[in-house]
Write a protein that binds this ligand. Sequence first.
Ligand code: SF4
Ligand code: SF4
Length: 153
Amino acid sequence: MKRWETEGIAELADLNLPEEEHLKKGVAIIECIQEIPCNPCVDACPFNAISMENINALPIVDYEKCVGCGKCIEVCPGLAIFVVKIINEKAIIMLPYEFLPLPKEGQKVKALDREGKEICDAVVKKVREGKTNVITIELPAEHAMNARNIRVR
Ligand code: SF4
Ligand code: SF4
């Protein structure tokens, strides 16, 4: 049995991950791994980069079409979409954030992994308020595929 089935935590092996060339431009990584009837991410993408075989299927990102705009993050009820970009030693991650107060741009926060454990320091680069708030953080590239939340102090 997969870990997400018992604990609700996705592992990298469960995901359809982008290639290095895609991460350089920044692309959406969808960590939606449970087949449920849901598809607002498909309609939200202005570039038709997300597709699903049917309403119960898992969404697939076309990494050639995705430009990493993050619009899909705002509409995902499962908070399951992240945009990851890697520039040399740094990673830029856009993530959904539902807590208040919101962090401020320039603020130092702790990056958390999928289990909520602190993994490193991060700096908030942008705060986009919306249906779901989207926070952009910068952190060391080695944590790009594991940092999926933040703790604001
Ligand atoms: S990040 Fe933007 S371009 Fe990429 S899948 Fe999401 S909405 Fe589409
Ligand atoms: S909107 Fe979110 S939860 Fe719904 S199918 Fe898309 S990624 Fe999955």
